[in-house]
Design a protein around this ligand. Sequence first.
Ligand code: PMP
Length: 414
Amino acid sequence: MTSTSVIQPALDIAAIRSQFPILHREVKGKPLVYFDNAATAQKPQVVIDALVNYYSHYNANIHRGIHTLAEEATAGFEATRDAFRHFVNARHREEIIITKGTTESINLVAYTWARQQLQAGDEVIISGMEHHSNIVPWQIICAEKQASLKVIPVDDNGELVLEEYYKLLTPRTKLVSVVHVSNALGTVNPVKDIISAAHNAGAKVFIDGAQSAVHLDIDVQELDCDFFACSVHKLYGPTGVGMLYGKKELLAEMPVFLGGGEMIKEVSFEQTTYADLPYKYEAGTPNIADTVATAAALNYVQEIGKANIRAHEDELLQHATSRLLTIDGLTIIGRAKEKTSLISFVIDGIHPQDVGILLDNRGIAVRTGHHCAQPLMARFKIPGTIRASFAVYNTLEEVDALLAGLQHAVKLLR
Ligand code: PMP
C-alpha cells in the first residue's frame, strides 16, 4: 500500500487550529503567529495525549520484559516502526531504523556504510544547499578515508545545476547525498533524476528528507533511494525521534554503529554477535515515549493528507510571495520553479535579526540567520535571511500580519 494522498475539498483550518493548544497562547500580548515550522512544528492534542497516556498507563522498558507493561510499551514502539514503514512505503519493516532524528541517521550511515566502503581517492557528492548535518559527517569520514567531497552548484534561482552534477559523477563516486527540500530556500530537488543518474554511475544515494517528509508523499521504493532520513519533530510529532530507511541488503551488510544492549545476540569477553535488523542499529534504551507518540503524529499527517497540506501551504506561499514583494528593497532568496512551504528573504540595509526581534514584539515567530546552511549563504553572499515557514495550521490572515509587521519594521529601521 502506498502513502499517496488524495486531494479533498479545502481543509477546515479553524478546526485544525483548534487541535493545537499552543496556537491559543499569546506572545507579548498578541496572538501567536508561528512561522518557524521548518525548525520544528507544533504538536496537536492527539500527540500530546499519546505521550501522557504512555507515561500514565504503560511506561516500561521495551523488548526485554515479559510483564504486561513491557509488552504494551514494546507493542507501542513497534507500532511506530510499522507506521514509518507505511509513511515512506518501505518494502520491509526491518528497513526502518528508529533514531534520534535526521542528524543521527546521517551520522549512522557515515560511520558505518561510508567508513567501510570509502577508500582513498573515492568521491562523495553533496549539494551546495545542504544543511550542516548533511555536510559535516561526510567531511569527517572523507578526511578519515582520504576521499574527496564534491559539491553540486546552486544557481541564482536556488536550483541545483544538474548539468554540473552529471559531470561530477565518475567511477570514483561512491555516494551522492542530497537534500529533498531545502530548509533555507524551499527548493524541491529533482531527486528521482539525481538518484537514477547516481545509480547509473554505480553510486549509492542518501536523501535528506528532513524538510520533505511533511509536505511531499514519500515512496522510497518508487524513488529507489538507498537511504532516506527524516525527523518527527518537523512532522507535528515529538522531538528526539527520527527514522533512517535503508535498503535491506545494505543495512544487513553494514558494520554496527553504537555498541551496547539491545543490538547484540550474544556477548562474551572473546566475541560478540549482533542482533538482526533493525535492532542491530538500535543500541541502548531508546526514546520510548516519544517514539510511541510518533505513530499518532504520522497518522495525523496521513489523515489530513499530504496533498491537502501541500495545497494549503502552496496557497500561503503564493500569497506571501506576492505580498512581500510589495516591500521596497525586499529580495526573495530562492525562486525555484519547484518550491514549497517557506519563503526566505533579505531586505536592503536591514539586518535580519533586527527584523526578527521586531516581529517577535508582534507575536510573530520567524527564523533569522544562516539556517545551518552557511555555505549556501556564502553562495548568495549574504550573512543570513529572514525565513517564514508554513504549516497546515497557518492562515492567509497570518501572512497579512507578517506583511504588516515587515512594513512596520522597515519604517523603523530605515
Ligand atoms: N536537514 C535539513 C534539511 C534540515 O532542515 C534539518 C533540521 N533543520 C536537518 C537536516 C537536521 O534535522 P535534526 O536537527 O532534526 O536532526
